[in-house]
Design a protein around this ligand. Structure first.
Ligand code: SF4
Length: 407
C-alpha cells in the first residue's frame, strides 16, 4: 500500500477585504490589486515564490489524486499563476489521471475568460463562495460581491459543466446569517437550485472571537437568529435539497450522485494529506501541523524547513493517522457514520480496556439512540437527518466527555 499522501491542500491567503464573520488566516489586499488580467501584486508574487519553495521541499513526492486550492480567495490569482502552480505539482509529484483538482472562487473576483483560463490550467472542479443571493444580507456580512455577481458566476459555471469542461462544481452558502430568516433563506435556496449545482455546501454561521460580528454582537448591535429560527432554516434546507435530488453525505455537504468532494473525504476519513501555504494545516503521517499565520513568520519557517526537509516524520509512517476521538468526530459527520467496534479494535488496547471504553460510550449514547438523534444499524452508528445532524454537537460533547474519562 502506498502510504505517501495522495492529496494536497494549497492555501492562497489573499482576499480583497475581510468579511465580517471571517477569522481565517487571510491578508486583505484592498480593491486595487491587479487581479483581473494582470500579473498580480508584488505581495502575491513574493508569496508564490515561498509557496513554490515549500512545495518543492518535500523529499518523497508521490503522484496526487486530489489537489484543493483554497483560501482566502484563490481567484485573486490569474490563470497563468494557477497554471504554474498546477504544473509545479505535475512536474514534481505527478498528478493521477482523473485526479480531482478543485479551486475556490469568489464572485466578482473572476470573469468568464478567467474561468476558462483556470480550466485550461487544469482545474476541473470549482467551489463558489456565494454565501447568499440577497444584497442586503451580503452587505451586512461584509461581502464584496452582490447578487448579480453570484448569478453571473453560477451561470458561467453551469455552462462550463454542461459543456463537459469541468467534472463538477459546488455552490457554498452560509445558513443563519443576520436577517436571513425563513423567507430570505428559502429564496436563497430556491435561487441556488435554479442553477442545479451538482454539489452544495451549507455552513452554519459561527460568530468567532476577533471578528467584526463578534464585536457587534458584544455591543448589542447585531442580532442573530434564535435556536428555533435556526432550526426551521435547517429543516427547510434538508427537505428542499432532499426533494431536489441531493444526498446529505456530510453534515454540511449535499451532492448529486457521484459528486461528493473526494478531497474533503480524505480529511473526514483521517487519511494523510500535504498542506502548503501560510496558515495551512498538513497531516502527512498522523500529527497535524499548522504553518505560521503571519507572512513574515511563514517565510522564515519555509526557509528553515527547506533545510531540514519537511517530511522528516517519514519514520513515523506506520502511526495511526489520528486519535480515536477525532476519528469518531469526523466519521460522525458522514452519512455512513462509524463502526465503533472496528475503530476501538484498531486502538491496540487490551481486551479489558476496549470493553470498558466501549460500554462507557454506549452508555453515553443510550439517550441519543432512544431520542432518535443517533441510529444504530448493525455495527454502524450514524446521525439521523435532519434532527441528529442539526444537534450533532450534543452527541460530540458526550463523546469528548467519554474520551476524557477513559484517558
Ligand atoms: S472571502 Fe472568504 S476567506 Fe476572504 S475574508 Fe471573506 S470569508 Fe474570509
Amino acid at each position: 500500500m502506498n502510504k505517501f499522501p495522495r492529496s494536497a491542500y494549497v492555501h492562497i491567503p489573499f482576499c480583497h477585504r475581510r468579511c465580517f464573520y471571517c477569522d481565517f488566516a487571510v491578508i486583505p489586499l484592498g480593491n486595487k490589486i491587479e487581479s483581473l488580467h494582470g500579473n498580480g501584486s508584488n505581495t502575491i508574487k513574493e508569496y508564490l515564490i515561498f509557496l513554490n519553495k515549500e512545495i518543492l521541499s518535500i523529499k518523497h513526492k508521490s503522484p496526487l489524486s486530489t489537489i484543493y486550492i483554497g483560501g482566502g480567495t484563490p481567484s485573486i490569482l490569474n490563470p497563468i499563476q494557477i497554471n504554474d502552480l498546477i504544473n509545479l505539482f505535475k512536474q514534481n509529484y505527478g498528478i493521477d489521471y482523473g485526479a480531482e483538482i478543485t479551486m475556490e472562487v469568489d464572485p466578482a473576483s473572476f470573469n468568464e475568460d478567467d474561468l476558462y483560463g483556470f480550466i485550461k490550467a487544469g482545474i476541473n472542479r470549482f467551489s463558489l463562495g456565494a454565501q447568499s443571493f440577497n444584497n442586503q444580507i451580503l452587505e451586512q456580512a461584509g461581502r464584496r460581491h452582490c447578487c448579480q455577481d453570484v448569478e453571473n458566476s453560477c451561470a458561467w459555471l453551469k455552462r462550463a459543466y454542461e459543456y463537459g469542461l469541468i467534472k463538477s462544481w459546488s455552490l457554498d452558502l452560509i445558513q443563519n446569517l443576520p436577517i436571513s430568516g425563513f423567507k430570505e433563506w428559502q429564496e436563497d435556496l430556491e435561487k441556488s437550485l435554479k442553477f442545479c449545482p451538482p454539489h452544495i455546501s451549507i455552513y452554519d454561521l459561527n460568530v468567532e472571537p476577533g471578528t467584526v460580528f463578534k464585536k457587534l454582537v458584544d455591543l448589542g448591535k447585531l442580532s442573530l437568529l434564535n435556536d428555533d429560527e435556526s432550526f426551521k432554516n435547517a429543516e427547510l434546507t434538508s427537505s428542499l435539497l432532499k426533494a431536489s435530488g441531493y444526498s446529505r453525505y456530510e453534515i454540511s455537504n449535499y451532492s448529486f450522485p457521484g459528486h461528493q468532494s473526494r478531497h474533503n473525504r480524505v480529511y473526514w476519513k483521517g487519511l494523510g494529506w500535504w498542506g502548503f501555504g501560510q496558515g495551512s494545516t498538513s497531516s502527512p503521517w498522523g500529527d497535524k501541523f499548522t504553518r505560521p499565520r503571519i507572512s513574515k513568520d511563514y517565510k522564515k519557517w519555509v526557509t528553515n524547513q527547506c533545510e531540514i526537509k519537511l517530511d522528516y516524520s517519514l519514520e513515523n509512517q506506520n502511526n495511526i493517522y489520528s486519535e480515536l476521538d477525532e476519528k469518531i468526530m469526523l466519521g460522525m459527520r458522514l452519512k455512513e457514520g462509524i463502526n465503533i467496534y472496528k475503530l476501538i479494535s484498531e486502538q491496540n488496547w487490551d481486551n479489558k480496556k476496549s470493553e470498558i471504553a466501549l460500554q462507557k460510550l454506549l452508555k453515553e449514547w443510550e439517550k441519543f439512540l432512544e431520542s432518535g438523534l443517533l441510529i444504530k444499524n448493525g455495527n454502524r452508528f450514524f446521525l439521523s437527518n435532519p434532527q441528529g445532524m442539526e444537534l450533532s454537537n450534543q452527541i460530540l460533547i458526550s463523546m469528548f466527555k467519554w474520551w476524557e474519562k477513559i484517558n
